[in-house]
Write a protein that binds this ligand. Structure first.
Ligand code: NAP
Length: 663
């Protein structure tokens, strides 16, 4: 176990992170537990994932071919619709195998044949898994621990890795990933980070209740699975700790320049290098010269605070969720929470117990999908299985990814013949709407006024869909909580106004999201002929594959325009695709002896045209969705990816290098 909390430690050291010491990879730690201990652990696991792991442990698919098999793949359930008796029988079969495995000293499992892998996948999800997905899933599962997404450099390249020094902006989830991959490849790099710690969004967002809403065992790097997450959807401190541990484990921290802001980066065509000016903590400006520049600043880093009339006159504390003021004691206070999106809906239930009154200003109602695992701890049996049973965590990850891969595109594509707009976009969307409405009605249906307030008036998934175990809706029924669905019109000393209604409050919390119109806002990037990226983009940012921009050689974006995912996957999955693409480009530069790579304008324009065509037919762009950070000021969508995960994965794994000019 890395990292120990040592508050009682007389040396005063808070935490010790041994650099370079790695715990065994999940699923590879031998065990000597008794039959009874194993039996107890198996009570807690996903039985289908257990059987898949047993198949992996033995290489024998017989269990998949027996009469007991999952009947339906239910999101966030992972028990395959098996009844108690069936689960018991399968656990007993698994126990027999694990007992022999233990008695043999936990030998390395045999390699699995691809056909067996595909058979196992299809068995788990109760349908034929399309062949085109298998490689993508296998990479993501990293089933044999070989980390297939590492950068592969040519053996006898015409340029050595030392000739390709890279500057990375940002040490968030994407920047750290870039650091690990560059370090593995032996490419010199530096990461410039404005904060004094890594973690990006998971460092800055410390609001109460902050947790990830992608299943954690998938929301982690493919090469760094973790068998120790305490919850299925972890809270912010634990995620931050995960990223810090990954950074230390790979020694990336030695490459990070902390408390340092990037002021500008300029392409120097005469030398084919980027010249980046940074400002350090002492205010000193430094020029950093690199062949390659990777921007990993993310899309959600500048808090947005609406310009409410009178905001400056408010007498009490006002702060944004992304810069939570922990010095303010909310106990016994009357609090206004403005905004009820992904952040606000987590804050509400987390503070409602403490405050005297909570007035929530919710401009639009949000679609929320039921998820009973949302605040559930990972039991000791599941952790045991992840740690000791070969493949258990990888197969569990596969199920998480499968439920989040591509099917939801059917929900977001508008059927032009569908008459249900604006409430639903097509038959699948209507079905989903009804499922969510049924659940919402079960929770608050006896209060008609509240039910009306929490019922969205746009199709499912048109804005960021939330998921919950019911805490948010239950919170709204509390006697000290009031939900206002009218707009905030002004703020006065000691009060928030909505039209004629005045709400006296002591504190205002802005859960109002982020500036997303200008994705390059915090740095000035100047390409060939001093073209300025933010000016080129205006309010309509674009990049080929969301990664490269014509006129900006050797410049790569991670989590750039057109790469946010609103239908599937996770940002980490996408970042790994983007880093894979960057690795291919660097490898090609080395092999060909090129000093620069630049996407051709026609390739970029064609890609963006296809992207926009695809987005135009989705609920994300539909005019009935009035407020959404997915939309630019002109109503078009610039931040989202409309592609199937498998297509983006292919585009970034095997890029068409003819679309690039090398020199
Ligand atoms: P958000 O989803 O953009 O929500 C902002 C909220 O503020 C919305 O309720 C919005 O209302 C409201 N608002 C904005 N301007 C307003 C105004 N002038 N008057 C009244 N209300 C106003 O921002 P967020 O909640 O910070 O989330 C942003 C993104 O961060 C998410 O979509 C997600 O990608 C990510 N995130 C993820 C997690 C997670 O993984 N658990 C948690 C938090 C955030 P409207 O809905 O009417 O616009």
């Amino acid at each position: 176990m890395l990292g120990t909390n040592g508050s009682d430690d007389p040396s005063g050291v808070d935490e010790v992170i041994p650099i370079g010491v790695q715990p065994p990879r999940p699923g590879t730690s031998p065990f000597t537990d008794s039959d009874e201990q194993i039996r107890a652990a198996l009570e807690d696991v996903s039985v289908p994932a257990l059987i898949a792991a047993v198949v992996q442990t033995t290489g024998d698919p017989t269990l998949l071919r027996g009469p007991l098999r999952p009947r339906r793949f239910v999101p966030n359930d992972f028990q395959g619709g098996l009844n108690d008796d069936e689960r018991r029988a399968l656990r007993t079969a698994a126990l027999d195998v694990l007992r022999s495995f233990r008695d043999l000293g936990c030998p390395p499992p045999p390699p699995l044949h691809r056909d067996t892998i595909l058979e196992t996948m299809s068995w788990l999800v109760c349908e034929d898994v399309p062949d085109e997905y298998v490689e993508m899933f296998l990479e993501e599962m990293d089933i044999d621990g070989t980390d297939p997404r590492q950068i592969t450099l040519p053996q006898n390249g015409r340029v050595s890795p030392e000739d390709l020094p890279v500057l990375v902006i940002g040490a968030g989830a994407s920047g750290l990933l870039a650091g690990v991959r560059l370090k593995q490849a032996g490419i010199p790099f530096e990461i410039v980070e404005k904060n004094s710690e890594a973690g990006g969004t998971w460092l800055e967002n410390t609001y109460p209740g902050c947790r990830v809403d992608v299943g954690n065992h998938f929301y982690c790097y493919s090469f760094e699975p973790n068998d120790d997450f305490s919850e299925y959807f972890c809270q912010q401190p634990e995620l931050l700790d995960y990223f810090r541990r990954v950074m230390h484990r790979w020694g990336v921290q030695d490459h990070v320049v902390w408390d340092t802001e990037v002021i500008s980066s300029r392409w120097d065509a005469s030398e084919s290098v980027w010249r980046t000016i940074t400002r350090g903590p002492d205010g000193k400006h430094t020029e950093r010269v690199s062949r390659v520049l990777i921007s990993a600043i993310g899309q959600l880093n500048t808090p947005f605070v609406p310009d409410f009339p009178g905001l400056d006159s408010f007498t009490g504390p006002v702060f944004h969720t992304a810069s939570w003021d922990h010095s303010v004691d909310l106990r016994g206070k009357r609090v206004a929470l403005i905004g009820a999106g992904a952040s606000g809906f987590q804050v509400g239930p987390a503070i409602a117990d403490d405050v005297e009154e909570l007035v929530i200003f919710q401009r639009s109602a949000q679609w929320i999908a039921p998820n009973r695992r949302y605040r559930q701890p990972v039991g000791p049996g599941s952790k045991w299985a992840m740690r000791h049973i070969p493949g258990y965590q990888a197969w569990y990850r596969f199920m998480l990814l499968y439920q989040a891969s591509d099917k939801a595109l059917a929900v977001v594509k508008i059927d032009p013949s569908w008459s249900g707009m604006p409430l639903s976009a097509n038959a699948v969307s209507e079905q989903r709407r009804q499922v969510m409405m049924k659940w919402i009605t079960e929770l608050v249906g006896d209060d008609e006024e509240l039910l009306e307030k929490v019922t969205p008036d746009y199709p499912p998934m048109a804005k960021r869909q939330l998921q919950d175990d019911g805490s948010w809706l239950r919170c709204l029924t509390r006697s000290n909580v009031e939900l206002v669905r009218e707009p905030v019109t002004s703020i006065e000393p000691g009060a928030v106004r909505s039209g004629d209604a005045r709400y006296d409050v002591d504190v205002i919390i802005m859960a109002t999201g982020f500036e997303t119109d200008d994705l390059s806002s915090s740095t000035q990037v100047m390409g060939r002929e001093d073209r300025v990226l933010s000016e080129e983009w205006g309010k309509a940012p674009s990049a080929h594959l969301g990664i490269t921009v014509p006129g900006f050689p050797n410049f790569f974006l991670m989590y750039g325009p057109g790469t946010n995912l609103a239908h599937a996957g996770s940002i980490i999955f996408h970042s790994e695709c983007q880093m894979q693409f960057i690795g291919v480009c660097l490898g090609h530069m080395m092999a060909s002896g090129s000093r620069s790579i630049e996407v051709r304008t026609d390739a970029h324009d064609d890609y963006v045209r296809r992207l926009q065509e695809e987005l135009a037919g989705t609920v994300w762009a539909h005019p009935s969705v009035r407020h959404s950070w997915y939309k630019g000021p002109d109503g078009k969508v610039y931040v989202l990816s409309p592609w199937r995960l498998v297509d983006y994965w292919k585009m970034t794994k095997w890029p068409d290098l003819d679309e690039y000019a090398f020199s």
